[in-house]
Design a protein around this ligand. Structure first.
Ligand SMILES: CC(C)(COP(=O)(O)OP(=O)(O)OC[C@H]1O[C@@H](n2cnc3c(N)ncnc32)[C@H](O)[C@@H]1OP(=O)(O)O)[C@@H](O)C(=O)NCCC(=O)NCCS
Length: 177
């Protein structure tokens, strides 16, 4: 995809050899973005987190990354809730490329991949103040349910193509591993 600023962004599934790119990406995030992603002050990923985030099975756990050249600029992931057909999703986009539609694109691609792996619904916990994340969910083609509890919005929506708010499925570009 090309952002409004003309930056070319390439999306692919994460790989174990993305570990150092992920560390660098996370270190460059602002404290505000880290807090919104992790709900805590979390300036550095632990080794265990880096391994968990980069080593996925591409079925029950998947992360898609967006790159500009060789630089990681966004990560979107789903983790299946054990024994269910639901998965929890999380997104983070590097600060200077936020509000250019990258998370919107990644949500579409993630849902497409998850559906092919037998996942039927996405859930997410989002801080109520996080208008950008909530805007990505509610502005999508999915029929999104929200529930506010103690400053956190619990989001849930079916990704079944038949239960989409908008009937047409947009074209989904292929994702490389
Ligand atoms: C939340 C977050 C992932 C959204 O990513 P993003 O790439 O900026 O999201 P998008 O650009 O797709 O959409 C965000 C907003 O930009 C708007 N937008 C979409 N395409 C756009 C474009 N081409 N140009 C300008 N704005 C655009 C969307 O309508 C949305 O607007 P809204 O907030 O008024 O509804 C990003 O802000 C982020 O990483 N935040 C920190 C981490 C975080 O909050 N994670 C969520 C935890 S689950």
């Amino acid at each position: 995809m090309t952002t409004m600023l003309g930056t070319k962004v390439h999306v692919r599934a994460i790989r174990p050899d993305d570990a150092s790119r992920l560390v660098t990406f996370h270190l460059a995030l602002t404290p505000k973005s880290v807090y919104r992603r992790f709900f805590s002050i979390h300036p550095k990923l632990s080794e265990a987190e880096v391994e968990r985030f980069t080593c996925v099975d591409y079925v029950d756990r998947l992360a898609l990354i967006a790159e500009v050249g060789d630089r990681m600029v966004a990560v979107a992931r789903y983790d299946r809730l054990a024994g269910t057909s639901e998965a929890e999703v999380a997104f983070v986009v590097t600060d200077e490329l936020q509000h250019h539609g990258i998370a919107t694109l990644l949500l579409e691609l993630l849902a497409h991949a998850a559906w092919r792996s037998g996942i039927t619904a996405f859930v997410a916990s989002t801080l109520a103040e996080n208008r950008a994340m909530l805007g990505v969910f509610t502005g999508s083609r999915f029929d999104v349910n929200t529930h506010l509890e103690c400053g956190v919005v619990e989001v849930r929506f079916m990704i079944d193509p038949k239960s989409c708010a908008k009937s047409e499925r947009p074209d989904v570009p292929a994702i490389n591993r």
